[in-house]
Design a protein around this ligand. Sequence first.
Ligand code: 1CP
Length: 345
Amino acid sequence: MNKVLLAALSGQRVDPVPIWLMRQAGRYLPEYRALRAKAGSFLDLCYTPELAIEATMQPIRRFGFDAAILFSDILVVPDGLGQKVEFREGDGPILKGLRSGSSVDGFSIDRMIEHLQPVYAAVKGLRRELPKETALIGFAGAPWTVATYMVEGRGGSDHAETRRFAYREPEIFAGLISLLIEATLAHLSAQIEAGVEVVQIFDSWAGSLPEQEFRAYALEPARRIVAELHRKYPAVRVIAFPRGAGAMLPVYARECAADAVSLDSSVPTGWAAAAIQDRGQCVQGNLDPAVLVAGGDPLFVAADRILGAFAHGPHVFNLGHGILPETPLKHVAQLIERVREARSA
Ligand code: 1CP
């Protein structure tokens, strides 16, 4: 296998450790800001294959990461299903939130796949353009995380409205989660058929769920999505990112059975090495995005600690969450150099 990311995700210890960064395309890059200004709206950027290809390629050209992640967004799924999404400057995404008693009957997965054809066209173009050693990652939001935006109508941090909805109208909410499992599978399958080799499932808001709801709305949907992808596409590798899962992480890793688990920065590395990596499952992460902004000794110390903790098994170096827009380019270059120069024992 000549792509180091695929080797690590297949359970091999790879030296030097493969590296890519969540949200590596985006606002910290001056060339992205210029492209974004030219595109007009954020969704125009996502739905114009040449522009999405260019945004995906920018961090690869500048830094030579081991993987490219398709430039798109988790909210193209509700947008395609028929719940229109708008991105307002400075405000983040705005949707017309689902109200109590709303039905999901009007949403159509066929219409979504039709609407998202430009996304799949971008994947095809990327496979032609990427260097042969660079893996291509596709992605989707996990059902729970996408549901929080569909219910609240915007970004937020505690998702109380979505949890209230789930407690008060469990049947309607379960219907929404089922629809999102199917929509996620259809969207990831279409990306795979267009040429992505790896998919990441972002459950960015898994941390707002109590145990039983975590099992029902985060773990069980992930388990179903991973099982079906493995059945249909045995060569494709799946990374799951249950951000904030805390003490539920080992159960999640074992039961959802993704090829790799992406760890947020709060996860103790020694604990994750023992609970997840020692069982042969790859771990990804988990540098604090803020230390990459700070730079200097704290950055090198933190990166070395992570490399040391995960040196004995399969590991993909990454951040614990997306790169921050204020991150200096120089620090990104220094981090990559540090990871590539590290020699594990
Ligand atoms: O104005 C702009 O340029 C928009 C900023 C932006 C960007 C660059 C948004 C809006 N989305 C993206 C791209 C994006 N989003 C990628 C591209 C590939 C890459 O990683 O380089 C990916 C993987 C995402 C995934 C995404 N979108 C997540 C999951 C990962 C995470 O960070 O937790 C989430 C929660 C979103 C929703 C979203 N889209 C955009 C914003 C500002 C948000 C967050 C809204 C909130 O605060 O809740």
